[in-house]
Design a protein around this ligand. Structure first.
Ligand SMILES: [Zn+2]
Ligand SMILES: [Zn+2]
Length: 236
């Protein structure tokens, strides 16, 4: 089935995410824009996924629990989890690899929200700091939680796999990759042949409501569910 999905979105839990990017607001905005599915992918944390899933259930939009992990090499990778239990367990695992505290006056607040726009907690760890998880270990790690992952915004000059490592290699085991809407794909397929066998996704990476954009290309999924997109990213 055809599914319009934005698999890379930040809420106000990300220090760089706007305070208006509450789970309630961003899920409703995605519905208004015409999406069938979104993934909430805050930096190094799934703590706002529960509320986003709850809002999604109420309005009929599939919300996939996710995270944009910063690896030890400072490579951003989007991780998608099958359910909230797996997301909580993965989030706890990632938090245990981090120690730098947030300084809200410099980096911004990191708000954990309920489904009706109330702040219920603030995250003390600085979520934009790198974890100690190597990109070499990421695919099997996320799969052990029943999920899937792909390197984020490959065409960006910072925090992308290509900007840090320079090239893709098979041992990374990625079966999908993300580009921004601006990327001219043929140039990358020419230079990095491994991409030709990978599923390419484009997402907004919105940190502000006004940066959320209307769906462009539909994905062909087996189902409009977390498992449907996880299987797609895993090349199944
Ligand atoms: Zn990123
Ligand atoms: Zn992002």
């Amino acid at each position: 089935m055809k599914v319009y999905a934005d698999l890379h979105l930040h809420s106000c839990l990300s220090p760089c995410g706007d305070t208006d990017m509450t789970p309630y607001n961003l899920v409703n905005m995605a519905k208004l824009l015409g999406f069938d599915m979104i993934a909430l992918t805050d930096h190094n944390s799934c703590r706002n996924c529960k509320s986003a899933v709850e809002v999604g259930r109420a309005i009929g939009l599939t919300v996939v629990p996710g995270m944009e992990l910063c690896t030890a090499e400072e490579i951003h990778c989007v991780c998608l989890l099958p359910d909230l239990k797996a997301a909580d367990a993965f989030s706890d695992y990632v938090h245990n690899t981090m120690s730098a505290p947030n300084r809200p006056e410099i980096f911004g607040e990191q708000s954990v929200m309920d489904a009706t726009d109330n702040i219920v907690d603030t995250e003390p760890l600085l979520l934009t700091a790198a974890s100690t998880i190597s990109v070499d270990d990421l695919v099997p790690l996320v799969k052990s939680y029943g999920g899937a992952c792909f390197p984020a915004h490959l065409d960006r000059a910072s925090y992308s796999l290509l900007s840090v490592l320079g090239f893709l290699y098979p041992e990374l085991q990625f079966t999908a990759a993300e580009f921004t809407h601006k990327a001219f794909l043929p140039q990358y397929l020419e230079k990095h042949p491994l991409l030709r066998d990978m599923r390419i996704v484009r997402n907004s990476d919105a940190h502000y409501l006004e940066n959320m954009v209307e769906p462009a290309e539909a994905l062909e999924l087996s189902a409009c569910t977390p498992q449907g997109i996880i299987d797609y990213i895993n090349g199944l």
